[in-house]
Write a new protein. Structure first.
Length: 282
């Protein structure tokens, strides 16, 4: 069976599920060029709980875990099947690390379906999700990513979905396609690690801009799974697409292994002066 690549998607706003832009085009190009996986395992920033768990329902529900967006977004459904057997395989594979089996509480959240509707629009490939355990240190997540590496050789596509830089309190609508200086510095540092020494990704919390780039770690941690997978295989990551949204979101995506895609990954407009923004929460 073909060894699958792995990917980290910077998913940004849920509205990307409905939009067509260079980020969604890169996700679609990725999905169209990879070998069809037997299943997809997603580590999403939006299943951030105090436990490690994997979904094991045959028909996972589409979860609309946001508010204040148009009705059209709440109408989106991603009716992919689940894969209870794969969930059991994952729990066995990572021992002695404990992974609980979730048969009814979660499903497919927007961190997963907002990118999968572009990458795999037919929703006919089984999808399981692995939670982000909020109680564990970064090294745990890097190591767990590495423990998942054998799944790639059995046809499973492993997807991390979050944002390298994700600070909703600093969103600035005046910067639709550019970034604050601190956001770009941290994003550049993460890119340097992912493309040269992914085993060092857990040390990015030592970067002076980390606290502003990731005031909560939920969206950063999925990157560590991609880094762990790369390190386990002796690989480095390639940039699939990069850029910024509203000053304080990085839209960078990375691939590990697989084909090299011809995607326009130029960054957006030059950043505006780094001035304080009004605090905004969405």
């Amino acid at each position: 069976m073909t060894t699958m690549p792995a990917v980290f998607f910077g998913h940004g706003s849920p509205m990307n599920a409905l939009d067509s832009n260079r980020y969604t085009e890169s996700w679609r190009a990725f999905g169209s060029e990879v070998t069809r996986p037997r299943a997809i395992l997603v580590v999403s920033a939006h299943w951030y709980i105090n436990a490690s768990a994997v979904t094991a329902m045959a028909r996972p529900k589409t979860i609309h875990d946001f508010y204040g967006f148009p009705d059209e977004l709440f109408a989106v459904r991603y009716p992919a099947p689940g894969d209870p057997q794969l969930a059991e395989e994952i729990a066995e594979l990572v021992q002695p690390t404990w992974i609980g089996i979730d048969v009814d509480s979660w499903g497919i959240d927007h961190g997963a379906w907002s990118v999968l509707v572009h990458a795999f629009p037919d929703a006919d490939i089984p999808v399981v999700q692995l939670s982000v355990n909020a109680t564990k240190p970064f090294d745990y997540h890097l190591d767990l990513g590495a423990r998942l590496a054998p799944l790639r050789a059995s046809g499973v596509l492993i997807v991390g979905s979050g944002n390298v830089v994700h600070n909703l309190q600093r969103i600035d609508p005046r910067r639709p396609d550019s970034a604050f200086d601190w956001a770009q510095r941290f994003d550049d540092a993460a890119a340097a690690v992912m493309t040269a020494s992914p085993a060092d990704a857990a040390k990015l919390d030592e970067h002076p801009d980390f606290v502003r780039a990731a005031p909560t770690p939920d969206h950063f941690i999925p990157l560590l799974y991609a880094a762990g997978l790369a390190a386990a295989a002796g690989q480095t990551a390639d940039v699939l697409v990069d850029g910024y949204a509203m000053g304080s979101l990085s839209m960078a995506s990375y691939t590990i292994g697989g084909q090299e895609l011809e995607i326009d990954s130029r960054r957006g407009a030059p950043p505006l002066p780094d001035v304080p923004a009004d605090e905004t929460n969405i």
